[in-house]
Design a protein around this ligand. Structure first.
Ligand code: ADP
Length: 508
């Protein structure tokens, strides 16, 4: 079972499949090329035999003399070249009269078998009929089988005797065995070479696929070693600039993001425990005082009052955490309605006047009479409250905070500006992150700060309303938050306008 499972895993592996496809492709290519090559070779060899037979036929007419029904060969018997040529011509040779009566046949031709007279007669008739004055007449090409299974190519046609009195049928041939032997040899060489080439190609493919996939295994091994506690591991890139390097880079970036998230979560746990511990320790202290040292009712009341205040802070923290987790898991649905933003902001600014005065910060609002918006009142108020309380918290006495709203091109812009301490440029990209707090030079968050959840909540509210938030800050000079929200669309505005008309239509 285990063996079969291993085998299945092996054959499903990319390396095996790559090599197998490569080998298959290579085999098909080899067979195709061999086939084409063999065809071409066969054609060329055949053409050569045709050409040389045609030459022999032309030469034959020069050496052959037919006079008074007698066939003679005329050539210089002393000349070795001519001897050789005529010998060759007469090796597979046949001559008959126009009726097919044998006038001379070589032993090889007799072995192949002399053509039946009626066939010869027909060919002579056809040759004579197609013979234009001065031309050679039709050439007949036949393939015949010899006794020892050799094929012969025969070229035949009509010739005339001296004086042009009578027509004769002459045939010369050549065995095709040489060509067949060459083709057979070629086929065997190829058949023998293909498996070797295929094996070599497959080994090469296996090696190349292994090399190409090695980084993937490296990635897998590193990924297996990664856990929450050693997220600092990275896979080294090979500087090849290829797809796998890109994969490694993407993977490393993913681990980096994970590492950041883990760090944030760890930081958060530390911050939360710290934030919760302070009021809990305080409550414990108040209660101990009440239990062991308080004697009068006033002393009890004071201890309880102080404990209540710390409990209030505790529940604020817990509420903020709960809200954020609800928002992030999508459980917090927006309850949108038509609001007049001017009114909402004016009310809030009024509420904030008391803490502003206490902090000696000048709080003003710059609002047009009417800014309609479709939004969740509670969330918009929460968003403004967070921005305003930050502005007041980080603006020193004597400074000012200004809230504005206006309509611009089917959008609504809300701004909260202060002349406070500003946010350092390196912190700006992170202030909307959860639990992020700007730290002072000593590396700790100043005690007046919250959990670092306020702005991440603001950012969630803006995104949920399909808006955008931007921040512009100069340390020592001040900060300006700008929020752009979509204005109510024209269709819903007209609906609202037409609504009062409806009862009249019903009256009709
Ligand atoms: P917190 O609840 O700690 O104020 P926030 O998410 O609201 O957290 O803000 C994140 C950080 O951004 C704060 O720690 C603070 O340092 C900085 N910040 C926010 N608003 C202002 C502002 N108006 N002026 C200066 N710093 C600000």
């Amino acid at each position: 079972m285990a063996y079969r499972r291993d085998l299945r895993r092996f054959t499903r592996g990319i390396r095996f499949r790559l090599t197998a496809s490569y080998a298959l492709f290579f085999a098909l290519l080899l067979v195709l090329v061999a086939g084409l090559f063999r065809e071409r070779l066969a054609y060329t060899l055949n053409q050569q035999v045709h050409d040389s037979l045609e030459q022999e036929w032309a030469a034959l007419k020069g050496y052959l003399k037919i006079e008074g029904g007698q066939v003679h060969w005329y050539y210089d018997t002393e000349d070795p070249d001519e001897n050789f040529i005529v010998e060759r011509l007469r090796r597979v040779f046949l001559i008959t009269d126009a009726n097919g009566h044998n006038k001379g046949a070589s032993s090889q031709y007799q072995a192949i078998g002399i053509d039946p007279p009626q066939e010869i007669r027909a060919r002579v008739a056809e040759g004579l009929a197609t013979m234009a004055p001065g031309s050679a007449g039709k050439a007949f090409w036949l393939e015949r089988n010899g006794p020892d299974r050799t094929h012969y190519l025969i070229r035949s046609g009509v010739v005339f005797d001296e004086g042009h009195h009578a027509a004769y049928y002459v045939a010369v041939g050549r065995p095709l065995s040489d060509n067949e032997a060459i083709l057979k040899q070629f086929t065997w060489i190829y058949v023998g070479a293909i498996p070797g080439a295929l094996l070599l190609g497959s080994l090469l493919g296996w090696f190349m696929a292994g090399r190409a996939l090695a980084p993937v295994q490296e990635i897998a091994r590193t990924a297996q070693r990664i856990s929450g506690s050693n997220l600092s591991l990275r896979i080294p890139t090979r500087n090849a600039g290829d797809e796998l390097d890109y994969l490694i880079l993407t993977f490393n970036r993913m681990i980096e993001r994970l590492e950041n998230s883990f760090r944030q979560i760890r930081q958060f746990s530390t911050d939360v425990s710290h934030e919760l511990r302070t009021p809990i320790t305080a409550i414990r202290g108040q209660l101990e005082v009440a239990l062991f040292t308080a004697q009068t009712a006033d002393q009890y009341r004071e201890a309880m009052f102080n404990a209540m205040q710390d409990i209030e802070r505790l529940s604020q923290i817990v509420r903020a955490l709960l809200l954020l987790s609800q928002a992030e898991s999508g459980q917090l649905a927006l309850q949108k309605s038509r609001l007049n933003l001017t009114q909402v902001i004016a009310d809030l600014v009024e509420q904030f006047q008391i803490p502003a005065e206490a902090a000696r910060v000048h709080l003003t609002a710059d609002l047009p009479p009417d800014v309609p918006i479709d939004a969740d009142r509670i969330q918009i108020e929460r968003m403004l409250t967070n921005l305003l309380s930050n502005a007041l918290k980080f603006t020193p006495p004597g400074g000012s905070v200004k809230v504005g709203a206006r309509c611009i091109q089917r959008k609504v812009e809300i701004t909260v500006e202060d002349t406070g301490r500003g946010i350092p440029a390196e912190d700006l990209p992170h202030i909307f992150d959860r639990f992020y707090r700007v730290r002072d030079a000593g590396g700790s968050a100043p005690p007046e700060q919250g959990l670092g959840l306020g702005l991440s909540f603001v950012s969630w509210i803006v995104t949920a309303h399909k808006g955008k938030i931007s921040v512009d800050s100069h340390p020592g000079e001040g900060t300006r938050f700008a929020i752009i929200l979509p204005a109510p669309d024209a269709a819903s505005e007209t609906m609202e306008l037409t609504q009062p008309v409806l009862p009249k239509m019903n009256e009709l």
